[in-house]
Design a protein around this ligand. Structure first.
Ligand SMILES: NC(=O)c1ccc[n+]([C@@H]2O[C@H](COP(=O)([O-])OP(=O)(O)OC[C@H]3O[C@@H](n4cnc5c(N)ncnc54)[C@H](OP(=O)(O)O)[C@@H]3O)[C@@H](O)[C@H]2O)c1
Length: 155
């Protein structure tokens, strides 16, 4: 089965591509580094040709509020439109647990916009809500650290 992994060179994308290939699937690791860009549309139609499933594991290069919203809006719009033309049968996206409950966060507003666009697309979909990956722990701790003080959120 041909599967296109958008963001297939990223943290979760590269692990996913490896596992799918081990299972014998024909997998394209699509990202700007491999000539596929969901923002500009570059290489998208070619990558999706004859693909049955698309996994969207792309992430915004910037986590600034406006940039992240624009990324997920534009990337989602271009990707889903290209999937319709290519006749993709199923769209899978990775989101985050609690997306709809933390709308003070610009990142989560971007993820919710991505989810809404997928649900309205008419393409059969699966949205997986994951907690943050272990690799992200250092960054989370760092963002709550000022000097020698580490602030943790209440459980
Ligand atoms: N990290 C977490 O803890 C976590 C938890 C839950 C859900 N998620 C979700 O999982 C997804 C992947 O996260 P990650 O941490 O694996 O991301 P990451 O390591 O930052 O990787 C991002 C990927 O997106 C690609 N990308 C960036 N701009 C693109 C564009 N214009 N067109 C196509 N691909 C583009 C990058 O390609 P290049 O390498 O070519 O730049 C890279 O392959 C995100 O949607 C995120 O919300 C992450």
């Amino acid at each position: 089965m041909k599967i296109v992994v958008i963001g297939g060179t990223g943290l979760i994308g590269s692990k996913t591509v490896e596992r799918l290939r081990q299972k014998g699937h024909d997998v394209i690791a699509a990202s700007p580094n491999s000539g596929v860009n969901t923002i500009t549309g570059e290489g998208l139609a070619e990558a999706l040709e004859a693909a049955e499933i698309v996994l969207d594991l792309a992430n915004s290069p910037s986590f600034e509020d406006k940039a992240v919203l624009e990324f997920f809006e534009t990337s989602g719009r271009n990707l889903l439109a290209a999937e319709k033309i290519a006749g993709v049968k199923h769209h899978v996206a990775l989101s985050v647990v609690g997306t709809e409950r933390l709308q003070e966060s610009g990142y989560f507003r971007g993820k919710l916009a991505q989810e809404k666009r997928i649900k309205a697309s008419g393409i059969p979909y699966t949205i997986v809500h994951s907690t943050q990956f272990m690799e992200f722990l250092g960054g989370i701790a760092q963002s709550g650290t000022v000097g020698q003080t580490v602030r943790l959120s209440r459980p």
